[in-house]
Design a protein around this ligand. Sequence first.
Ligand code: UT7
Length: 333
Amino acid sequence: MNSPDGFGIRIAGVGSAVPEKVLTNADFEKMVDTTDEWIVQRTGIRERRVVDPEREGTFTLACDALRGALEDAKLAASDLDLIILGTVTGEMTCPSVACRVADALGAAPAGAFDVGAACCGFVYSINIADSLIRCGRYRTIGVIGADTMSTITDYTDRTLSILFGDAAGAVVVARDDDPSLGCLYQTMQADAALWESLYIPRREQDIPDHDRDNPIRLGCLRMRGREIFKFAVVKMREVIEEALEATGLSACQISRFICHQSNLRIIDSTRQKLGLPPEKFYINIDTHGNSSAGSVGLCFDQLWRAGEVKRGDYVMFVAIGGGLTWSTSVWKL
Ligand code: UT7
């Protein structure tokens, strides 16, 4: 996408944060009726990180991730014009987590707001940031995807508790003189026809009739995994093919596809249908589970720090999640 004044957008720095505490599949074998074998075969997950709610949360992980991205960019929080944060697990609905991060890091009076796009939180947010810089009004934006799904997980429910972990990923994006850099193509889409497949009710009257026989725990995630699986496994391939066609890039030219980590089988099936080798798709679901809006930024930071993606590379971010929402973003780094 070209900006009116012919400038580009650089990913100036990348950061991430995960809690120290590890929950392994063996831990789940003691908590619910499950096995390590079932979890590994059906999801690819072996362990995940979860916060200690006494001292950690979405806010602290988001602060740490953005601090890391600012350090990497060699910028101060006061250089930021805006902070955009994707999450569905903010401690409060007001103020936004983004406002508190801005205050904690010393970014005020930078604008700050949260984006509620579930697992697409990071990809929606980086797309919004790219567009706002391109329109000329902002120069430097902190983008964060952060979720602590452990804080909204019912740990008596084996069908979903085994899936989730906590994480935050962040980037600092900045206006750059090189017009070739930045987001080449982006999509942000949603269809609420399937919203009942994944939702976090706060009021009993919002629970759909078909779900009333299950135990009701307000504030906890409820999911019909098989429905989302079927949707995601088709949609992930479709949106990647659309993005390749729209940019004119071949899959070989994309250094890495950095996809939301919801289930190894979804990513593997997508990759196989596209006829691509395993190394094109970054995977960390085995060690971090599904961290909702945290996952894509966390993957990107791990790749960036390992030198596995670098300046000049093309990468594609892809996410599908609650809403249902889906989003892509193709970048020249
Ligand atoms: O990022 C947000 C978006 N979320 C997703 O993308 C999640 C997408 N969905 C999935 O990843 C998968 O659907 C799950 C991993 C959630 C479930 O895997 P599945 O292969 O679709 O299993 P299922 O729900 O069809 O259940 C198969 C069986 C059932 O038993 P019966 O009815 O066949 O006797 C479940 O009760 O597996 C049982 N089951 C378990 N067994 C052992 C469900 N959870 C477990 C468990 N351990 N943890």
